[in-house]
Design a protein around this ligand. Structure first.
Ligand SMILES: [Zn+2]
Length: 323
């Protein structure tokens, strides 16, 4: 019998430390079977940890049903889950490395320089751009068409992240929730986009308003939302669906900013809140928050992997006609 690795902690299992027992998850409406390493699954999900280690039937049977999740969402989860094996093996510093970091002055100097280069300033989400005024009409039409295609793809990508986050919320997988926020926010700042309004009703329907995803939407919209740029489609079809918890919180933040004598202070606070990803993460404690910040560089490759694993899902419905 194997024991779950690091129960109650956010440490991932590795192949060196975990048992080889497999459990079966029957996913989606068709109940497609997926075999997963039990310890790995349980090290990331409170839900599955309880199901497979408690006195539940699943624990005896070695399988459970996950009918409320699509196969695509589960495949992305599986891809992320097995990526955690390498993450767990490399992200935790050995005692020797800790010793080197503490005692070696050259090493400390290097760390300082690296930190200095990671300032990551200027995280503006503004989508306003007045640079295109000189373009010819035809070019503009083409650009508008390309932009709407890009908008559509981008919305599908965010929808994919949202489905995954709903899964991670339901099946209590905190590290995945944190990673989704990081991957999404990093990509947003890279391309200068922020989630479209269409995703708001779905997010608030399936997630608590206190969830980091919803809080990220509230603050992002408080800072970026310019209703004057919303199209008729959004006004007619999306506005009526916007939940009160969303509109009220956006309004409260902006009322405070608009009516305060210290407007700049509130603006700076909101921007600072948006820039620091850890404000939209869930950490066990302050030490975990510090670890999370320290592993920002190391985690980039895993976040990139998560982003890329969502891309085929975005492309799939179109199946590339190539014309
Ligand atoms: Zn964090």
């Amino acid at each position: 019998m194997s024991r779950p690795n690091g129960a109650g902690s956010s440490k991932s299992a590795t192949f060196l430390t975990m048992g080889q027992d497999l459990v079966e998850l029957n996913v989606g409406e068709n109940g497609t079977p997926f075999m997963v390493h039990k310890d790995l699954l349980c090290s990331q999900s409170e839900y599955f940890r309880r199901a497979f280690n408690g006195r539940f039937q699943e624990s005896e049977d070695g399988f459970t049903h996950v009918t409320d999740v699509s196969e695509n969402t589960f495949k992305i989860f599986q891809q992320w889950l097995y990526g955690q094996v390498a993450r767990g093996a490399t992200s935790v510093k050995t005692s020797f490395e800790r010793l080197m970091v503490t005692d070696n002055p050259m090493r400390n100097g290097k760390d300082k320089n690296e930190a200095g280069n990671n300032g990551n300033a200027g995280h503006s989400y503004s989508v306003d751009s007045d640079d295109d005024n000189d373009d010819a009409d035809g070019e503009q039409d083409e650009q508008v068409e390309e932009k709407s295609e890009a908008d559509k793809r981008y919305h599908e990508l965010i929808d994919c992240f949202l489905d995954l986050f709903i899964f991670a919320d339901r099946y209590e997988t905190r590290q995945l929730r944190n990673d989704i926020i990081s991957a999404m926010r990093n990509y947003n700042s890279e391309i200068g986009y922020f989630p479209t309004l269409e995703c708001v009703p779905k997010a608030f329907e399936h997630l608590p308003a206190t969830s980091t995803f919803c809080q990220y939407l509230i603050r992002t919209y408080a800072w970026n939302w310019n209703p004057a740029t919303d199209g008729k489609d959004e006004i007619d079809n999306v506005y009526p669906l916007l939940p009160h918890a969303f509109t009220l919180n956006v309004m409260l933040i902006n009322c405070r900013r608009a009516n305060s004598f210290k407007k700049k202070k509130y603006d700076d606070m909101l921007v600072a809140e948006l820039i620091d990803l850890c404000n939209f993460h869930e950490h066990e404690d302050e030490a975990a928050r510090n670890d999370c910040k320290a592993s920002k560089e190391h985690d980039k490759v895993f976040l990139r992997n998560l982003l890329v694993s969502c891309m085929p899902v975005v492309e799939m419905p179109q199946d590339k006609p190539n014309t």
